[in-house]
Write a protein of this length. Structure first.
Length: 284
């Protein structure tokens, strides 16, 4: 059900983007790559991609709040680059707050740090990343809900391959947790997705920014949950430097977000979550 809803929202967003693209003239100057552009650009709809965002969510879950504030602080920074290769450091903090309570308790925080190595040849790119994630319950939430910590923590190796086709990007791969706690956590994850960036622009602010429609669908199949798929979709307006290629340089976005599947929140990883909301995003 969640996958069908996500597909319908994605299709509607793409139809709007195609009509907007026909109505707008192309940018007057050809876009160029940013000098610091990532060889493997960040994933738009992956809930654990290190970026800055703030989202208000309405959701259904057996334990989580019906209204949730989700925020993220993070970035992937290139530290060494050859012609086709790039070594980066990625770090992010992802927190969820109970907005249905008067105290807005912190419920969960996930910490992620990793070393991605990216390779690019033409329209094909690869990312190999070794990373650590640890998760922690908020103290106030533990007191008010009498909750017990799970202390999810793991180290994983991830491999993704992406292919750009005109204004689309498709990617796929997986990851394996080679150390993990709890000990009975099953280690496999399959990961794939599809992204679209509108050609031309819907909004133009002179040479300051160009706004285009972005839509993305991301799926993660988790062995620990019997290979259930977590569907994440994002669509919205992305404002970026009009002189740079789409997906590179700084980017502000106004987003509609939805999710259905195994919880992406570390301490609640064995729960099931469905959510819909809106928010702001920033990539540097």
């Amino acid at each position: 059900m969640g996958g069908r809803i996500a597909a319908l929202v994605l299709a509607a967003a793409l139809a709007a983007g195609q009509s907007g693209a026909r109505a707008q003239a192309p940018l007057p100057l050809p876009p160029v790559p940013s000098p610091s552009a990532a060889l493997f650009p960040s994933l738009v709809a992956d809930p654990k991609e290190p970026e800055f965002f703030a989202t208000y969510l309405w959701q259904r879950s057996s334990r989580l709040s019906s209204r949730l504030g989700s925020v993220g602080f993070g970035q992937t920074i290139g530290i060494l680059r050859a012609r086709d290769w790039q070594l980066s450091i990625a770090a992010g903090v992802f927190s969820q707050f109970d907005l249905s309570s008067t105290t807005a308790d912190l419920m969960n925080t996930d910490y992620l740090v990793g070393l991605p190595v990216a390779y690019r040849r033409g329209n094909t790119a690869m990312r190999l990343r070794v990373y650590h994630q640890s998760s922690h319950l908020g103290d106030e939430y533990m007191i008010h809900a009498h909750a017990q910590r799970v202390d999810l923590s793991f180290e994983a190796a991830e491999l993704l391959v992406a292919r750009e086709l005109a204004h689309w990007r498709v990617y796929g791969g997986g990851e394996y947790m080679f150390t993990h706690s709890p000990a009975d956590l099953k280690p496999g994850v399959l990961h794939a997705g599809l992204e679209y960036r509108q050609p031309g622009s819907l909004v133009r602010l002179g040479r300051l920014a160009a706004g285009r429609l972005v839509a993305a669908l991301d799926g993660r199949s988790v062995q620990d949950r019997g290979w259930q798929i977590g569907w994440s979709f994002v669509t919205g307006l992305e404002l970026a430097d009009p002189l740079l290629l789409p997906g590179s340089g700084w980017r502000w976005s106004v987003q509609l977000k939805g999710y259905s599947g195994p919880s992406p929140y570390g301490e609640f990883f064995r729960d099931r979550v469905s959510s819909l909301g809106f928010g702001l995003g920033l990539a540097l």
